[in-house]
Write a protein that binds this ligand. Structure first.
Ligand code: PEP
Ligand code: MN
Length: 341
């Protein structure tokens, strides 16, 4: 349920609404709009009190209107929050007019490797440096990432280049350590429904990029976002990275680009696209990046490696710096054609 207050109401009217809701044992969330406050009831309202809560809310001073949120997710829904959410990552606005590009290696391998990639992607216009330290690998024998040492390198290179950073956190117990070293916490596709991890991230206020699970529907994905929002962290960025394909002969996953306009309709959260994991091949990144920006994505996350053949992870889909720079120029012209920066 959403209780929209009239513009410019005194604070005691809002406090009164909140107190009345809480007297039913329900929790509230407040969201400032353009010129007025919206109070939301985050918990689900038991059927036997729903009518009395609604009637009471309508009767309270300062209340403009009361509406029900029909979706299973509430805080992630556009019904709840009509305006686009903009997530501020160290001054970089994700979900605003700028198409924000995050780029860097799949995995952090060494200081030199990360510096080379960082300087190249920064020069080409990327705003956020990516690099995995905890890698979710299909095989236990594959390179698992440098762990804490990798996080330290990410922080060092991020600070030295002045770039914001993003890296994956796979375990709820690592959330603090990852937050201390990175500006965005990435929840990987395999962990989209790792609920203890989502709750732990929800208890922070750190920006988080929530990837869509390879077999997840859009409602399941938004319900995962809801776990984070429901703990009080509003800084959620969604990421479409391709879903399980019918055929792996040519691409690693199927990029579900229609998810972009669908999510824009259903939710106020920003959405970025990962054409690297979606296709699995560097030669398709250009087409899918352009298409993603044309479809309304708020950003891209792309894998770049100075020497893809030697990469310890995802070399096949990693772009060389020159190819990345070329794609950045192409994406820029698409962005301006669709009214973005
Ligand atoms: C990654 O970003 O390197 C990664 C493992 O992505 P995903 O979780 O989408 O597979
Ligand atoms: Mn990867």
């Amino acid at each position: 349920m959403i209780i929209a207050m009239k513009a410019g109401v005194p604070a005691e009217d809002i406090a009164n609404v909140v107190a009345k809701i809480e007297s039913f044992g329900l929790s509230t969330v407040q969201m400032p709009g353009d010129d007025r406050i919206v109070v939301g009831i985050a918990s689900s309202i038991p059927a036997d009190v729903r009518e009395s809560v609604t009637e009471l809310m309508i009767s309270l001073p300062g209340v403009d209107n009361v509406a029900q949120v029909s979706r299973s997710y509430k805080l992630a829904s556009r019904e709840f929050h009509a305006q686009n959410t903009v997530v501020n990552v160290k001054g970089v606005q994700v979900g605003g007019p700028e198409v924000v590009v995050m780029a860097g290696p799949c995995a952090i391998e060494s200081r030199d490797q990360l510096f080379l990639a960082a300087e190249a992607v920064k020069a080409a216009g990327a705003r956020v440096l990516r690099g995995g330290a905890f890698k979710p690998r299909t095989s236990p024998y594959a390179f698992q990432g440098l762990g804490i040492d990798g996080l330290k390198l990410l922080k060092e290179v991020g600070d030295a280049t002045g770039m914001a950073t993003i890296t994956e956190v796979m375990d709820q117990h690592d959330v603090r350590a990852v937050m201390e070293h990175s500006d965005i916490l990435q929840v990987g596709a395999r962990n989209m429904q790792n609920f203890p991890l989502l709750v732990a991230i929800g208890k922070t206020r750190h920006p988080v990029l929530l990837k869509r699970g390879p077999s997840a529907g859009i409602d399941e994905w938004l319900l995962s976002a809801e776990y984070i929002l429901n703990e009080g962290n509003p800084n959620v960025i969604l990421c479409e990275r391709g879903v399980h394909p019918l055929d792996r002969t040519y691409v690693r996953n199927t990029l579900d680009l229609s998810a972009v306009p669908v999510v824009k309709e259903l939710s106020h959260l920003p959405i970025v696209v990962d054409p690297s994991h979606a296709t699995g091949h560097s030669r398709y990144i250009s087409a899918m990046s352009r298409a993603a920006v044309a479809s309304g994505a708020d950003g891209l996350i792309i894998e770049v490696h100075a020497n893809p053949k030697a990469a310890l992870c995802d070399g096949l889909q990693s772009l060389r710096p020159e190819s990345f720079a070329k794609i950045m120029a192409e994406v820029k012209s698409i962005a301006s054609a669709v009214g973005r920066k």
